[in-house]
Design a protein around this ligand. Structure first.
Ligand code: OAD
Length: 246
């Protein structure tokens, strides 16, 4: 048969959701695994507006360490495979939206184009005083000045904390509500609203695929699951859908 599996299946509206598992083999750490970030830090202290109000220095230190860690991290085969998938799917006329819960920039560095950072980005700062956003690659502290309004002590990491509304959530819902392929990669399915996306996609008839180290909390909802390290399973899945005999 002619053409790749992707061409034959004719998926035209594709949404891919990624979580910490896709960046685990790049050394960025996951949250809920046995050695995850939430085993050494209390989420309430470092990932809530209330925690930041109580102890901004602790929160700045936490994100400064993660931002510094990002400098020595590099995209892995899974990030590159997704970038290739997006490029091929677009060349066939499909829309692709890559929704990531990750605050790292490894998808960008691998070459992905249409990325939505629903939980924000480590390399961005937002000013609580003027609302300005600015690219931020160094440490942040109460002494940092906002480049837009000049105020000291009002900058915070541009990440979405528990209790806050994820970025672009209406656009994401719209895209999932009309997608024909939904792929979830490296996420535990524990944190809403992202954890609810697969039900939305499946409910309106999309093919749903889970690629994860192990079955997630939502595993039973997916049409298909492939389990193992992201560098292996994402690569394998992308090769299968792009191959002419897949
Ligand atoms: P979790 O830590 O909850 O889940 C990571 C998932 O990745 C788990 O299902 C692991 O089995 C899987 N995993 C681990 N290593 C992997 C590997 N090498 N290859 C493939 N999969 C692997 O992370 P998220 O689901 O991303 O939010 O967490 C969602 C949100 O909770 C995060 O964005 C963050 C966190 O609290 C905020 O901070 C607001």
């Amino acid at each position: 048969m002619l053409g790749s599996a992707l061409e034959r299946m004719m998926y035209r509206r594709i949404v891919i959701l990624t979580g910490a598992g896709i960046s685990a083999e790049s050394g960025m750490g996951t949250f809920r695994d046995k050695d995850g970030i939430w085993t050494t830090h209390r989420l309430e202290d470092v990932a809530t507006p209330q925690g930041f109000a109580r102890n901004p220095t602790l929160v700045h230190t936490f994100y400064n360490l993660r931002r510094a860690g990002l400098k020595s991290a590099a995209p892995n085969r899974a990030h590159f495979a997704l970038a290739e998938f997006e490029q091929r799917a677009r060349s066939l006329g499909s829309d692709v939206m890559l929704v990531t819960q990750n605050v790292d920039d490894l998808h960008e560095r691998a070459g992905s184009q249409s990325i939505v950072h629903m939980h924000g980005e480590l390399t961005s700062a937002v000013c609580a005083s003027c609302g300005g956003r600015v690219r931020w690659e160094e440490d942040m502290s109460l002494e940092s000045l906002c480049p837009s309004c000049g105020r000291q002590g009002a900058l915070r990491p541009d990440v979405v904390w528990f209790g806050e509304v994820p970025h672009s959530i209406d656009e994401i819902h719209d895209r999932i509500s009309t997608c024909d392929l939904f792929v979830s990669i490296g996420t535990s399915g524990e944190v809403y609203p992202a954890a609810g996306f697969v039900r939305l996609a499946a409910g309106q008839g999309a093919h749903t695929v889970e690629l994860n180290l192990e079955p997630s909390a939502n595993a039973g909802v997916f049409s298909e699951g492939l389990y193992g390290p992201a560098t292996q399973v994402v690569d394998r899945w992308v090769n299968a859908v792009l191959s002419s005999d897949g």
